[in-house]
Design a protein around this ligand. Structure first.
Ligand code: MN
Length: 718
């Protein structure tokens, strides 16, 4: 068993000034709160924590990360709380422990690759601090090493998750030794037979292989010496999983794989790498197409090296890699290499390190074609632009940041979006405009009677949701204008004794359509509903001459409609509908400048109410439509005001004078006195807009004897 002194020693080896007391404190605390707990293996729980910390020292992590390794299970598995950790160890370590606990709680279900990719990104996004992922990887590595103590079912589940999520994550971060070990351990539990057979074969050929490695190593060392390069040669067997993949991919037998061993030459400089490459190519015949220059073109995970395969000393294929010591540490430790403790580094510099690493990534990004994948996962970590959430079935969905349950619903299916009537996030009902967070489990409640709302457009983030909602609203408006158009046409046709269907069959219809520029009658009908075309324009073209002569005088209704259409139409813009029939409500009688809202009434177009009119607030929200004033038009509108005053002589004359002085026309006035000696005067006056009315009312208010002036609106005045 590892002792704390071993860990402290390891830290000291790469960071002489490390605050070892802090590590010791984490150890003592952890041992105390985990006291009495054991692992399935029978070992004390502390063994696990020490192993995790030890793996992290192998990655040369900083002190807070090692402390997190020792404390990573305290919030989940002991009585200690986040608040207590914060008090004892401060924010940095506590937040990392919290991060590890959070990502440990979510489990991955399917092994579909796209889902796995989203899941990996979700982990990175949730971790926020990349060190949290490194602790989680160390935790998983030790759990995989001791997996045999778990039940069969757990073994398979954990091994599958490791193969799908954690090994690729280690690869993504460039930590090759962790990736290889995780891959091999997964294979061992997922395909025990294969693993056993391969291990056996590898053992059988060991002697032969050792001899071969020794020979080639010697030869390469001689070459180095000959060219006066201070290099170091390694020869190693590829890891089992990669041999297995090779056998499966190339459909060959174990015995046919000649390049099971990769030779690696570590040299002082980049120039030496290329020099060695030249020498090797002139000593042995290169295998065509196998040379790869990852120095000029680093891999997305920052890996750099020269790779080549040659026909080696005994004619076998032999893979040789050349790299500098720096490249070697990046290849082994990947992102962890950038977390190495530098002496005198403060917390602020730690951030600086993170960003310089990112800048470096951006530099490399320019030269790389295929690094999008890695960059986007870095982005979700440092600059979150996406949010990853679960479906109730455990699928992961990627959405833009600030997405809402509506976005989620539309990402599932348009119908789910259209019918979305509510949402549960993590089993709790939430408003539809709630912003989703990483790791949320989102459950959409649908209802057959639910339809999309224009309001949704104000908060949805995905273009899919926006498009679908807009499309629906447009359809809806067309449907309304079709109905309205039909109503209007029917009314007019009736005057000539035509039913709608009979009119449709008239020979004149075709000509009328082409004259008015419509492809079919439905479009024309909609245009009438929108008010783009008048009933007269249509009827004058389709009603046969003999009927026109008999045409009755315009009915009262059409006179009223005509009036309505002529005058106020221009004063109001109806959103999305041009030239639709507009009239003003009598109840609230809004003025230009008042906030207004439209209400679609069957056959009567749009009625405009004040936005706060009680009648509108009680009405069916689905029939509301946005309208606004068209301020260019200078038409006046009439409005009622009521003036309370003392019942004194001459006051009426003063009030009328003040009103007319303010350029407001008085249409009607009524006066009466109360028993307690007060006068109440009502005026109907013409004003331009709210400002105009306000001016009038303020002037009246200033008159001596006037107590109160108010605008009269149905349902709102006492
Ligand atoms: Mn653990």
């Amino acid at each position: 068993m590892i002792r704390i002194d071993d860990i402290l020693e390891a830290i000291r080896s790469y960071h002489a000034d490390a605050d070892l007391d802090a590590v010791r404190k984490a150890y003592v605390y952890s041992a105390k709160v985990h006291h009495g707990q054991t692992r399935l293996s029978g070992d004390s729980y502390m063994t696990h924590l020490m192993e995790v910390a030890s793996i992290l020292t192998r990655l040369r992590m900083d002190v807070p990360t090692i402390m997190t390794g020792l404390l990573h299970d305290t919030i989940e598995d002991t009585l200690s709380t986040e608040a207590e950790l914060r008090e004892v160890f401060g924010d940095e370590v506590t937040e990392m422990v919290d991060g590890v606990s959070k990502i440990s709680k979510i489990t991955f279900k399917t092994s579909e690759e796209r889902q796995a990719e989203n899941f990996r990104k979700m982990l990175l996004a949730m971790a926020r601090d990349i060190r949290v992922i490194l602790v989680k990887l160390a935790d998983r590595l030790h759990n995989m090493r001791t997996l045999s103590h778990q039940s069969e079912e757990r073994r398979l589940k954990i091994a599958q998750e490791t193969a799908d999520i954690y090994a690729p994550l280690a690869n993504r971060l460039g930590i090759s030794w962790v990736k290889s070990e995780l891959e091999d351990l997964s294979l061992r539990y997922l395909e025990p037979e294969t693993y056993k057979a391969l291990s056996k074969k590898i053992a059988q050929h060991r002697r032969e292989r050792d001899k071969y490695v020794a020979t080639v190593k010697k030869k390469l060392e001689d070459i180095l010496k000959e060219h006066d390069i201070d290099g170091q040669v390694q020869g190693r067997l590829k890891h089992i999983c990669s041999i297995h993949k090779k056998i499966v991919k190339q459909k060959i037998e174990f015995e046919q794989i000649h390049d099971l061993i990769a030779f690696r030459i570590i040299v002082p400089s980049v120039r030496d790498c290329y020099a060695m490459l030249g020498v090797i190519h002139s000593s042995w015949k290169p295998v065509p197409g196998r040379f790869k220059d990852f120095i000029a073109m680093p891999k997305a995970n920052m890996y750099q090296s020269l790779h080549t395969t040659v026909f080696g000393p005994s004619g076998q294929r032999m893979e040789v890699q050349m790299r500098t010591a720096d490249m070697h540490s990046v290849a082994e430790e990947g992102i962890a290499a950038h977390w190495k403790y530098k002496e005198g580094k403060t917390a602020a510099n730690a951030d600086e390190g993170r960003f310089s690493w990112l800048r470096q990534m951006l530099e490399w990004q320019k030269e790389l074609k295929d690094s999008n994948e890695f960059m986007s996962s870095v982005k979700v970590d440092l600059f979150p632009e996406e949010v990853y959430v679960f479906t109730p079935d455990g699928d992961v969905k990627e959405l833009p940041k600030q997405s809402t349950p509506i976005d989620f619903a539309y990402s599932v299916h348009s119908d789910v979006g259209h019918r979305c009537s509510g949402a549960k996030v993590n089993d709790r009902l939430v408003p539809l405009r709630t912003e989703l967070k990483n790791g949320d489990i989102v459950d959409i409640i649908t209802s057959k009677s639910q339809t999309p709302s224009k309001d949704w457009l104000k908060f949805v983030k995905t273009s899919k949701a926006k498009n679908r909602i807009r499309h629906w609203v447009k359809d809806q408006e067309r449907q309304q204008s079709l109905e309205l158009g039909k109503d209007l046409l029917e009314k007019e046709l009736r005057k000539f004794g035509f039913s709608y269907n009979r009119a449709l069959n008239l020979d004149t219809v075709k000509g009328a359509l082409s004259e008015l520029g419509f492809r079919n009658f439905e479009d024309l009908q909609a245009a009438v509903g929108y008010g783009k075309v008048t009933c007269n324009q249509v009827l004058s073209r389709i009603i046969p001459e003999q009927f026109k002569a008999e045409a009755p005088k315009p009915s009262k209704i059409s006179q009223v409609l005509g009036k309505i259409r002529r005058k106020p139409v221009d004063a109001i813009n109806v959103q999305g509908l041009e030239g639709i029939l507009v009239r003003f409500s009598k109840c609230c009688n809004p003025l230009p400048g008042d906030e207004v809202i439209g209400f679609i009434s069957q056959g009567l177009g749009v009625t405009v109410h004040a936005a706060d009119c009680p009648r509108v607030l009680e009405s069916d929200p689905d029939r509301r439509i946005e309208v606004s004033w068209n301020r260019q038009k200078g038409a006046t509108r009439s409005v009622k005001i009521r003036v309370y005053s003392l019942d004194q002589k001459g006051i009426l004359a003063t009030i009328t004078k003040v009103i007319t002085k303010n350029a407001a026309n008085i249409l009607r006035a009524s006066v009466y006195s109360t028993n307690d000696g007060r006068g109440i005067q009502s005026f109907e006056i013409d004003v331009q807009d709210v400002q105009h009315l306000t001016r009038v009312m303020e002037s009246v208010q200033k008159i001596k004897g006037v107590q109160q002036v108010e605008r009269v609106r149905v349902g709102r005045n006492k």
